[in-house]
Design a protein around this ligand. Sequence first.
Ligand SMILES: *[C@@H]1O[C@H](CO)[C@@H](O)[C@H](O)[C@H]1NC(C)=O
Ligand SMILES: *[C@@H]1O[C@H](CO)[C@@H](O)[C@H](O)[C@H]1NC(C)=O
Length: 436
Amino acid sequence: MHLLETLVAAAALLGVGVEAAIPKLPLPKSCTGVSAFRNANTVASGWSAVKIAGGLKQVRHVIWDSEGHMLVSQATRGISVHTFGADGCINSTSLLISGAQLNHGLALTPDSKTLYASSETTAFSWSYDPVAMKVSNQKTVVKGMSTGVHSTRAIQVVAKNPNLILLQVGSNANLDMAAANKATGRAIIKIFDMSKAPSAGYNYNSDGEVFGYGLRNEIGFVADPNGVFWGVENSGDDFTRTENGNRRDIHKDNPAEKLNNLGDPMTVRDAWYGYPTCFSVWDPSSFSGLKTGSHFVLAPNSSYNDATCNGKAIAPRLTFQAHSAPIWNTFDDDAKNMYVTFHGSWDRQPATGFKVVQIPFTRLADGSYDPVAPADSMTGYKDIFSATNPASCTANGLTQSNCFRLTAASWDPAGRGLFVGSDNSAEGEIYILSPK
Ligand SMILES: *[C@@H]1O[C@H](CO)[C@@H](O)[C@H](O)[C@H]1NC(C)=O
Ligand SMILES: *[C@@H]1O[C@H](CO)[C@@H](O)[C@H](O)[C@H]1NC(C)=O
């Protein structure tokens, strides 16, 4: 299918209006005025990489409006909007919303008329004019989100009913035991109906409905063409496993980071994914009788063991190397592949992550989308762009490193490829990775 047909088909499938077609743009070889890549990188064969923007603040998320303009959430700065010239390079940049507290989430309704962005505690909406690239009518739509170690709040709009938004809050500690209770409003994704929002905004913890919980930090999630959401989850650090009074360090290659099939928010409610009790195996050699992707408990006892978890908690559909720190995911045009950015580790020597991976997907006989690899695979994804020597990448704090810190991932509606961002505090950058 050509891009336009794909967009039309996807829009028809999602039951949303067909948006104005976004004209195709050429892939630039380089862009005047954009500095060189700040950090050494390796591009997989069959792919190219171009830096399209530099000198930004911490890039967290990249989205597109109905005119093909690029909106970028830059933590510590706000939301910027960028237009492109006929050469495919950026030809204008302006700050749409100034707000140092806006630190991650960014979403538009399918008609591009309502924009959402988030701070640690609050989600806001604006009326957006994609032609003039102006916002007005700022509202607080959800407030009272917890504060703690995980400070970013991902937002997505449900295309089948654009009144519904999904809003995520992570745990407030490595092992946030209280988050087992949904009422804490942590380790959770909730659904809020914007058509019924109180004028002062919903209260996150007491209002809305629960889409999924037991999600330690589901920092990014994206819908496939059927409207089923797929989330990437950052799992725990410094773990040990205690069996029969014997405690072992398992942290180097366990627990796995997860790719969860979160289901369709039109129907799924209260799905439980295991945190803070059940975690997923990456390296099975640390366990007897468990495979990659199986759930385990940190300390099995007579009332709760690995089998209890595997009977109760929804297992991930695929897992990633422990401590990769997946931040965001996106599909290509026809959902043949998902791409995930790995921010990179601090809790592992040698370091890992600091790359973009591709997960081949397939369409099953029932029409659903699914990864090609089985759930116990350790090879279900491959690197397409990575730090040249990831093992030597440092991670001082969340955004300092001698390597890029990959965050945003978004497939370009103008056909140039995969846009990815870095929130390295030395320089926010955006690259285009393109299949040759
Ligand atoms: C950017 O390029 C587009 C396409 O060529 C053009 O329509 C637009 O006027 C340009 N904007 C600026 C600010 O140069
Ligand atoms: C058994 O393990 C479960 C899950 O980790 C925990 O909630 C429970 O308190 C434990 N029970 C005992 C008696 O330690």
